[in-house]
Design a protein around this ligand. Structure first.
Ligand SMILES: *Cc1c(COP(=O)(O)O)cnc(C)c1O
Length: 367
């Protein structure tokens, strides 16, 4: 069997050993004669899966005892609403830093719930960078400050997290577990699993317990974080199979040396692609400005759209999957999450280099 060279943005590549282990256990989980999918979420086998995944995540992300881990459904998109529903009270204002399409979407949902304020935005410069602290407006007295740690579509990433006196909320959907993070510094972190943590279907939340206890939400029991926190994410039927897969991915992450090992590998991988872009004499143009480039999603364009089309077609012929940019902005994007092997990135870098050599004889002007 040949594994695809999968650079999809999400759902995305999973580690082969994880898929193989899941396959081995698929129809007969630990001698029970059942798949994990067929078991009660209140039985002892699933219970071990559930608490095991939680313990592994706590350990890998250094989650302090002050923080709670939740496994919810609805994707990161539901968190766009749940955060303000729980934490944006009447007469309060929530701050948002806009660094791409996902932060815009998060802001739109918060606007439906209460007052909001854009503290900084790189929209005017086409989201090529993360706004520096000196460009921020006043963030005092906010109910919380929301950021998107990695901008999946534009290919930029926060390389340092800001200190702030208000609860910091981060959408980490596309870079959670890709590097060490000072988890205790955040009021709340959320991430849909399907980029760096496992299959779609489960959303991981890491939240400060004390802050959670202050949430007010009379709208819906289900949308109240405390409902899930007090029930250990078993208030209703959780996505058992997705959580089982998450546990396997976390086990694999431990074997990679945890977040430090993964970060080292991720930097090596992204360096291969950024080097191909930078050494191309303008043939490839990275979207992100220096210092803001993502180690998870490398975005770039070619001199014109015809070449881009041709590049993507040739790449596809060579077995590269998922290199087209997001439908909203076009261009090319290589998503190189934790599970994408170094060797796949090496092959892509080689392909990019040889494609350029074959086409740079042709004169071009960059649009
Ligand atoms: C993919 C993505 C989302 C959307 O996640 P869903 O789980 O599909 O709702 C939100 N934010 C970021 C940063 C993403 O990369």
């Amino acid at each position: 069997m040949v594994r695809a060279l999968n650079f999809s943005a999400g759902p995305a590549a999973l580690p082969l050993p994880v898929l193989e282990k899941a396959q081995k256990e698929f129809v007969n989980y630990q001698g029970t004669g059942m798949s994990i999918m067929e078991m009660s979420h209140r039985g002892k086998h699933y219970d071990a899966v559930h608490s095991g995944a939680k313990a592994r995540l706590k350990n890998l992300m250094n989650v302090p005892d002050t923080h709670e881990i939740l496994f919810l459904q609805g994707g990161a998109s539901l968190q766009f609403s749940m955060v303000p529903i729980n934490f944006l009270k009447k007469n309060e204002t929530a701050g948002y830093i806009l660094t791409g399409s996902w932060s815009e979407k998060a802001l739109k949902e918060a606007e439906k719930i209460g007052k909001t304020k854009v503290i900084a935005s790189s929209k005017e410069s086409l989201y090529r960078s993360i706004p520096s602290r000196s460009e921020w407006g006043d963030e005092k007295d906010l109910a919380y400050l929301h950021i998107t740690s990695n901008n999946t579509i534009y290919g930029t990433q926060w390389h340092e997290f800001p200190d702030t006196n208000v609860p910091l909320v981060a959408d980490m959907s596309s870079d959670i577990l890709s590097r060490p993070v000072d988890t205790g510094k955040f009021g709340l972190i959320y991430a849909g699993a399907q980029k760096n943590l496992g299959p779609s279907g489960v959303t991981v939340i890491i939240a400060n317990k004390q802050w959670l206890s202050q949430s007010t939400n009379s709208l819906s029991k289900f949308l109240d974080y405390n409902t899930h926190a007090s029930a250990d994410s078993l208030y209703n039927t959780p996505p058992t199979f997705a959580i089982y897969m998450l546990g396997l991915v976390l086990e694999w992450a431990e074997e990679q040396g945890g977040t430090e090992g993964l970060e080292r590998k991720n930097k090596e991988k992204s360096a291969l692609l950024y080097d191909s872009i930078e050494s191309s004499e303008g043939f490839y143009r990275g979207h992100a400005l220096n210092g803001s480039g993502s180690h998870m999603n490398v975005t770039f364009t070619l001199p014109d759209q015809d070449l881009e089309k041709d590049f993507l077609a040739k790449a596809s012929e060579h077995g590269f999957i998922g290199l087209n940019g997001h439908r909203s902005i076009g261009g090319c994007r290589a998503s190189i999450y934790n599970a994408v092997p170094y060797e796949a990135c090496e092959k892509l870098a080689e392909f990019m280099n040889s494609y350029r050599k074959n086409h740079s004889a042709r004169s071009f002007t960059f649009q």
